[in-house]
Design a protein around this ligand. Structure first.
Ligand SMILES: Nc1nc2c(ncn2[C@@H]2O[C@H](COP(=O)(O)OP(=O)(O)OP(=O)(O)O)[C@@H](O)[C@H]2O)c(=O)[nH]1
Ligand SMILES: O=C(O)[C@H](O)COP(=O)(O)O
Length: 223
């Protein structure tokens, strides 16, 4: 099997987690973003063979520390938007390995479990596009496809339906795959309450209880 690649977009620390601005100051929001992304990267790196990891980041310096020695960082022009960032990154990453299976995972799904990442990967063998919805069934928390046949990215309101519609229009076969550990993306305070009461996400829990590192130099945990 060709080694898959996991693509994780990361908004700038200044722009991210805006819906938590009442609860967390900018430094805390940055720490939370990093802790969640570390949990996602760590889950990916328990797979065998270990997939390649590419962070598509508005802040490449910070992402480089998160990616560690083995990770790729694709620099994303600040403000261009998630869909354009992903389309450009996929074009770059796919140029030399079109047959590679690619997973796009949101960085704010820290409960993600390795065995469900494997399920998602397996589904790429049978469908051109696999869409993993959020717990409301409206947003998209992960996508899986081959680099040679990427979907039209449609993150934003009702993106689950938009990804399905775009795939149908492009003649791609598409499957919606509900995966419990992917369902909770952290947008607002109610998501954090759910996360606090749930297992998994060790680095995020440590951060939320004040036991985790919240500065950039202390986070090679996912290496
Ligand atoms: N590279 C990149 N990543 C993004 C961008 N917007 C969001 N992301 C990432 O996409 C994932 C989902 O983001 P959202 O749920 O929209 O959250 P957010 O943008 O961090 O924060 P708010 O929408 O303000 O709550 C997270 O991994 C973000 O870091 C963007 O413009 N560029
Ligand atoms: O579907 C999307 O665009 C992403 O999951 C982000 O959506 P949200 O931030 O509204 O959950």
């Amino acid at each position: 099997m060709i080694k898959p690649i996991v693509i994780i977009p990361l908004r700038s620390a200044a722009g991210t987690l805006g819906r938590l601005a009442d609860a967390f100051d900018p430094r805390q929001r940055r720490g939370l973003q990093r802790a969640m992304a570390q949990d996602v990267v760590a889950a990916v790196r328990t797979l065998r063979p270990v997939p390649d990891v590419a962070l598509v980041a508005e802040d490449p310096l910070s992402a480089r520390r998160l990616a560690g020695r083995r990770g790729l960082v694709v620099e994303a022009a600040p403000g261009a938007g998630l869909n354009l960032h992903l389309a450009c990154a996929v074009a770059i990453l796919g140029a030399h390995r079109p047959d590679t299976a690619a997973l796009v995972l949101a960085a704010d799904i820290p409960m993600v479990q390795p065995r469900e990442i494997v399920r998602l990967l397996r589904a790429t063998a049978e469908h051109d596009l696999v869409v993993v919805p959020d717990r409301h069934g409206r947003g998209t928390n992960a996508l899986a496809f081959r680099l040679a046949r990427p979907p039209a990215f449609a993150f934003g309101p009702d993106s689950c339906l938009a990804h399905i519609d775009n795939a149908n229009r492009a003649g791609l076969t598409v499957r919606v795959l509900e995966l419990g550990s992917f369902a909770l993306d952290v947008d607002g305070p109610e998501d954090l309450d759910l996360l606090r009461g749930s297992p998994g996400a060790p680095r995020t829990h440590a951060f939320l209880t004040g036991a985790g590192p919240d500065d950039e130099d202390a986070n090679q945990a996912a290496e």
